[in-house]
Design a protein around this ligand. Sequence first.
Ligand code: SF4
Ligand code: SF4
Length: 472
Amino acid sequence: MSKLPNEAFRDTIGTIDEEGKRKFIFPKKPSGKFYDYRTWVSYFLLIILVANPFIKVNGNQFMMFNILERRFNIFGFPFWPQDFYIFVLFMIVGVVFVILFTVIFGRIFCGWICPQTIFLEMVFRRIEYWIEGDRGAQIRLSKQEWNAEKIRKKGIKWSIFLIISFGIANVFLAYLVGSDELIQMIEDGPETHTSTLIALSIFTGVFYFIFVWFREQVCIIACPYGRLQGVLLDNKSINVAYDFVRGEKETGRAKFSKQEDRATTGKGDCIDCKQCVNVCPTGIDIRNGTQLECVNCTACIDECDVIMESVGLQKGLIRYASEDEIEKKEPFKFTARMKGYSAILLILVGILTGLLFLRTEVEAVILRLPGQLFEHKGDNISNVYTYKVINKTNNDFKDIHFELVGIKGTLKLVGNQHLKVVKQGMSSGTMFIEINQYLLESDKTKLRIKVYDGNKKIETSTTSFLSPRSFD
Ligand code: SF4
Ligand code: SF4
């Protein structure tokens, strides 16, 4: 099927040339109202991102994703493998929230919140502008011979990038293993933690590769969220968009001329200066419409506003708007799809809140040993169990013991009778329960067992007790 000539850009991505080679982007340094707002939002988020693993709530790290030990803290709530259903629900709520946000506000997450964009645009690229200069100077430098100036500038830039990548890798590690553990490892010195040092070097290498070379390719090629846009966006989603009705008018875009009265010529308001293209960090032309490469960074809005102001035309030729708003002049509407997603989100948040409140800080699981029935011990019947006590609090349990509720019997732990469970720890073992056979009313009795730490009841658990069908 033949393509319209102006649709040919959809056949390729802006950062790959006709031979399939990488086209390196040298975006113009953005400036303007939105860039200023984004700068402040980015600083705020960078502080949060770096501080998160070092903040403690009730002694718990605020955010931790310790995959190796299967311990996760979210907003200071510790999650154990037993709480995994809450963790999964948390993730689902996050995904629905992002979907809802995308349906309404397009890729606002990518431009304003995503750590990849924040680090690339607000940290690494700023350093690049500082060392190598703006777009023109960067292009000249990349084309020139490897002389002293180029070696010096590139050398300084790559060294700083390496140091920052190493810093990011350390923060990343603090999320993975916990900040206390990280600080301890730093104090111990690298020679005692060789495997961690290797992991840290790999993380540093990955971040360095991403921010020195791979850059916007993460958003275009690798990021699954970016690929989802085609499904989530519709004509009512708000995006960074070019007002093609105003920009093209009857005869299309055209260069600016001071001598002519543009309003009477039928020419569009776009003066084809291509500044919106030059400033774009993903190398696209927003005038071609919504494209998967666009991360909604708003740089083209700022740039076009400056141009419009300088030629005496109204700002907002590129702005946040939906396609229907531009084409049909329809104001923003809360559509049925948005209402549906909002309802699902509200329900999920409600369930999640309920589960968080119902979640206990102590978990005691007592299960009959698989394959074992019961044993006669005189008049008594004995069952054998395995138990597991999980302490999700930040206090040690020093004297754990169990008591049967509503029935007389003895309960004996194998080994030490004074069980200890350290904070954020777990103890497990085997126990025997003996009950006089004449007290049992059926062959399978439901038992309730209270778990105490000293005199304080910390949990009640249930299990079953097997006995013969008849005691005659
Ligand atoms: S910056 Fe504005 S005027 Fe210039 S090419 Fe882009 S849309 Fe047209
Ligand atoms: S088209 Fe505009 S908003 Fe989209 S990535 Fe390029 S500069 Fe940013």
